[in-house]
Write a protein that binds this ligand. Structure first.
Ligand code: TYM
Length: 331
């Protein structure tokens, strides 16, 4: 029996190479080793204001790009979170087990609360509880994510232990699984690559736009002139080479930088060509799938149907465990 794996992505903005290297590429490589369930987590997305008119398109966009990037619907389940209402039902039960202090410690909450001072809502605060429910509803044991999600998975483990201690052993403790690129920095070289900051390269970016963005990406800021030697360890372009370029090109980039043998622009051009090559099949597949939204809608619908069965079964067990199932039978 294969272990079950669960992961999710928010349908907000573009899917970028940080999502790809930190999560999606890893997901695609695990399809045959685990029983895989992937969710487009729209209920998470609405913890910050979204445009209701744009949302359906956003959901389809993110689902499409994920399929194009390797999530094969024949070898995994892909579904929309809000189509399986048991997610929020289980989340409510987990609310009653989660100390406020644990939520206050979450760095993602602190960051988002800083970014959205005008809308620090309760959903933003209890976001990781819904995430724990996503995973445990399917009793998933493995959760492949980027580094920014590790704290949330730790909280999911704490909720699991609390539930099991109070009501009996129902859930396995989920473990995060990091890729070899758990934290990709943005093109500003200073902050994590993120949909909400304009510091990313998206998976469907045109070759021209990839080059336009990379040509102004921040490199080692101490290398002021072409003739200055640089330090590749302080350069995000060099870090990206490690994920897109051949071993020879990675050495070429590091040595050329240290000896001022190559300029930053030359180094970026090589990286740009390699990113364009890796993203080409994804972009082509996505552009073709954008023309066939009915296929993607059907993938999500049949995914939700398969999830629904598992979710109902888990909720029956949960309600039984906490004493919420009544029957007229005499005991
Ligand atoms: P989200 O939508 O922000 O990101 C999706 C995945 O991409 C990873 N990621 C990165 N990895 C490396 N470098 C980066 N710069 C980078 N940016 C994003 C994220 O770590 C994530 O794995 N809360 C989650 C969604 C979620 C979820 C879940 C995940 C909801 N329920 C249950 C796992 C299990 C989120 O906001 O991901």
């Amino acid at each position: 029996m294969k272990k079950r794996l669960f992961s999710g992505i928010q349908p907000t903005g573009e899917v970028h190479i940080g999502n790809y290297l930190g999560a999606i590429k890893n997901w695609a490589s695990l399809l045959d080793s685990y029983e895989c369930i992937f969710s487009i987590v729209d209920y998470h997305a609405i913890t910050v204001p979204q445009d209701p008119k744009a949302m359906p398109q956003q959901i389809l966009h993110v689902a499409t790009v994920n399929i194009a990037a390797g999530l094969d619907p024949k070898r995994s389940i892909i579904f929309l979170q809000s189509q399986v209402p048991e997610h929020t039902e289980l989340a409510w039960i987990f609310h009653t087990l989660t100390p406020l202090g644990h939520l206050e410690r979450m760095t993602q909450f602190k960051d988002k609360a800083r970014q959205h001072r005008e809308n620090i809502n309760a959903g933003l605060f209890s976001y990781p509880i819904l995430q724990a429910a996503d995973i445990l509803l399917y009793k998933a044991e493995v959760v492949p994510v980027g580094e920014d999600q590790v704290q949330h998975i730790e909280l999911a483990r704490e909720i699991t232990r609390k539930f099991n201690a109070r009501y009996g052993n129902l859930f396995p403790e989920p473990q995060e699984l990091l890729s070899t690129a758990p934290r990709i920095m943005g093109l500003d070289g200073k902050t994590k690559m993120s949909k909400s900051l304009n510091n990313y390269i998206s998976l469907t970016e045109s070759p021209e736009d990839i080059w336009k963005k990379l040509s102004v990406a921040v490199t080692d800021e101490n290398r002021k002139k072409r003739s200055d030697p640089g330090n590749p360890e302080n350069c995000n372009v060099y870090s990206l080479h490690k994920h897109f370029s051949s071993p020879e090109e990675i050495d070429w980039s590091a040595n050329g930088c240290r000896t001022a043998g190559i300029g930053c622009l030359e180094c970026k051009k090589c990286l740009s060509d390699n990113i364009v090559r890796e993203l080409k099949p994804i972009r082509e597949k996505a552009l073709a799938l954008f023309e066939d939204p009915a296929y993607v809608v059907e993938v999500l619908k049949s995914g939700a149907e398969r999830c629904q069965e598992m979710a109902r079964q888990t909720m029956r067990e949960v309600k039984e465990a906490i004493g919420l199932r009544v029957s007229a039978k005499r005991r």
